[in-house]
Design a protein around this ligand. Structure first.
Ligand SMILES: Nc1nc2c(ncn2[C@@H]2O[C@H](COP(=O)(O)OP(=O)(O)OP(=O)(O)O)[C@@H](O)[C@H]2O)c(=O)[nH]1
Ligand SMILES: [Mg+2]
Length: 532
């Protein structure tokens, strides 16, 4: 199904609006795409079915455009004269039955003169005299540009002296494919064949293999010229069939141009492969930065560990006790440098930076918090459970020994005392001597003191625990930041894919040709009036 040009323009405008807001295109690109013209000759009428052919005289000042229209009307309906520029308004000349009810808002109504006629044989053509295009009057040029989209056939009027006019010529080249073109070499009463040939040559260069040029003369004393042929050619074009052909052609030319602009825009969005390379590039960058950060944090971490160890009780009971911060200006500068370098690499690969910057800017604020919370959390965990598992198990065992060993020694000594007493009663042997008393006291003391000193000596250092915790927290934080940036990159990649998909969809719609488009016979006069 072919898409209507104006609906394509609307879809484009919607896309542009959201892409601009999301930062995928800049204001210049958005402006260019928003300026795409949705107007066609068709939009001028509130009509059902067929519409008249719209023909306009266009060209430099003083070549005789208004004189040509006046000659057609048989009276002075348009201002013509020696004053330069003469016309400062557009003159419409049409059959009274044609209702141009809906003049688009952009057309400056105050600068439109309308002359109606009742000649039924001329019913199917609307003639328009436009002001000059190369004018010193900006408003003249503006009016011409506003009217151009509404015109089917442009009659490019030149004079023998003024057929090499730069500005009008550039317009011809730019607008070429959108209109059908006829040429009038006016003031032929003053012209020469060489000038005609030269003009023809110029038109060859512009792409017209066989341009239709009418030599006309509208001087006060009329002489034989090709004015009648000009009018009859126009009349022969004013059929429903040709109007439809021109409409389709113009709409296709506009779609092609829109497609071209969209393709240019899609190149500005960056390639999918560039986005795929971003995670790897970031990780390379982050490995270097993480190393620098770890080296740079070594000293502050030691300070912080000492601080924690000194204020353990405070720290564990009061979360606000740890006032020292690991993340400082130096760390922030390193992190910003890493992100900036990454963004500048992305820029070199043609990736639009705004969406990426938007995603990363949130991380610039988040990174210090990640470092702070992770290092603090790990330090607290390490202080709550100092030492490693083996260490802690051994200490537990020692604590047990501290109770069991003296108890066992006391029990053994008690037993010996009882047995000694019993034997001395039975055998009248001396009761346990002084030696026993000393040895048993020593045994009890040693069995208690040994675990006691071991426990004391092996008690883990809080500073070391805090240091280990802080290092672990720092590593966790570095991995988390890496993960956050990768997530941000993935988000941007997904957004890019979505934008590119939407844009590709519109481009594809522009490529679908109208099914009922009829080809133009290459031998017909109409084909001589068209260029691509
Ligand atoms: N000799 C001669 N003079 C002509 C011819 N056509 C127009 N003129 C004169 O050229 C002058 C300019 O004619 P206009 O019809 O006002 O020219 P225009 O192209 O409408 O000029 P702007 O409105 O300024 O763009 C007038 O004085 C006309 O009388 C012609 O074929 N031969
Ligand atoms: Mg004029």
């Amino acid at each position: 199904m072919a898409y209507d040009y104006s609906s394509l323009v609307n879809t484009t405008k919607h896309w542009v609006e959201q892409a601009l807001t999301a930062g995928w295109i800049n204001t210049d690109t958005a402006q260019q795409l928003s300026n795409v013209d949705a107007r066609t000759p068709d939009t001028l009428f509130n009509h059902n079915g067929s519409r008249p052919l719209i023909v306009a005289f266009m060209g430099g000042t003083g070549v005789g455009k208004s004189s040509l229209l006046n000659r057609l009307a048989g009276k002075a309906i348009a201002r013509a004269g020696v004053e330069r520029p003469t016309s400062r308004e557009v003159t419409l000349y049409h059959h009274h039955s044609i209702a141009i009810r809906h003049l688009p808002e952009q057309l400056p109504l105050a600068q439109i003169k309308i002359a109606e006629h009742d000649d039924d044989s001329r019913k199917n053509v609307i003639w328009i005299d436009m002001p000059d295009f190369d004018s010193t009057e900006q408003s003249n040029k503006h009016q011409v540009l506003e009217w151009l989209p509404h015109i089917d056939v442009l009659i490019y009027v030149v004079s023998p002296e003024r057929y090499r006019d730069e500005k009008a010529w550039r317009l011809l080249l730019a607008e070429g494919g959108r209109h059908a073109w006829l040429f009038a070499l006016n003031q032929w009463d003053r012209g020469q064949t060489e000038q005609y040939e030269d003009f023809k040559q110029q038109l060859h260069k512009a792409g017209f293999a066989e341009p239709i040029i009418f030599k006309t003369a509208c001087a006060e004393v009329l002489q034989a010229d090709e004015f009648a042929a000009l009018e009859s050619t126009i009349r022969s074009l004013a059929t429903e069939h040709i109007v439809k052909q021109l409409e389709h052609r113009s709409s296709q030319a506009r779609k092609d141009q829109l497609k071209q602009s969209l393709q240019n825009t899609s190149e500005l969005l960056g390639s999918a492969s560039a986005f795929q390379q971003l995670p790897e590039q970031w990780q390379q960058q982050w490995r270097r930065t993480a190393q620098i950060l770890q080296q740079g944090f070594a000293w502050p971490i030691q300070q912080l560990a000492r601080h924690y160890a000194e204020q353990t009780s405070d720290l564990l009971s009061n979360p606000r006790a740890a006032k020292l911060q690991l993340w400082d200006d130096w760390a922030e500068a390193r992190f910003d440098d890493a992100l900036d370098e990454f963004v500048s690499n992305a820029d070199q690969q043609g990736i639009p930076l705004n969406p990426l910057k938007k995603q990363l800017s949130a991380l610039r604020e988040k990174a210090p918090k990640i470092i702070q919370t992770q290092s603090e959390l790990s330090a607290r965990q390490a202080l709550a459970n100092p030492g490693n598992v083996m260490h802690r198990s051994f200490l537990k065992l020692m604590r047990l020994c501290e109770i069991i060993l003296p108890l066992a020694a006391i029990c053994w000594v008690g037993y010996q005392v009882f047995i000694g007493y019993y034997h001395s009663n039975m055998s009248e042997v001396d009761y346990l001597g002084v030696d026993f008393a000393i040895h048993s006291s020593l045994l009890i003391a040693i069995s208690w003191l040994a675990p006691f000193f071991i426990l004391k000596k092996l008690k883990p250092s809080l500073e070391k625990s805090a240091l280990r915790g802080l290092n672990k927290g720092l590593n966790n934080a570095i991995n988390m930041i890496d993960g956050e940036v990768l997530l941000a990159i993935e988000n941007v990649g997904n957004q890019h894919a979505e934008q590119a998909k939407q844009l590709a969809g519109i481009i594809e719609q522009c490529s679908i040709a109208d099914a009922d488009r009829q080809s133009i016979d290459s031998n017909s006069p109409l084909s001589r009036m068209l260029i691509d």
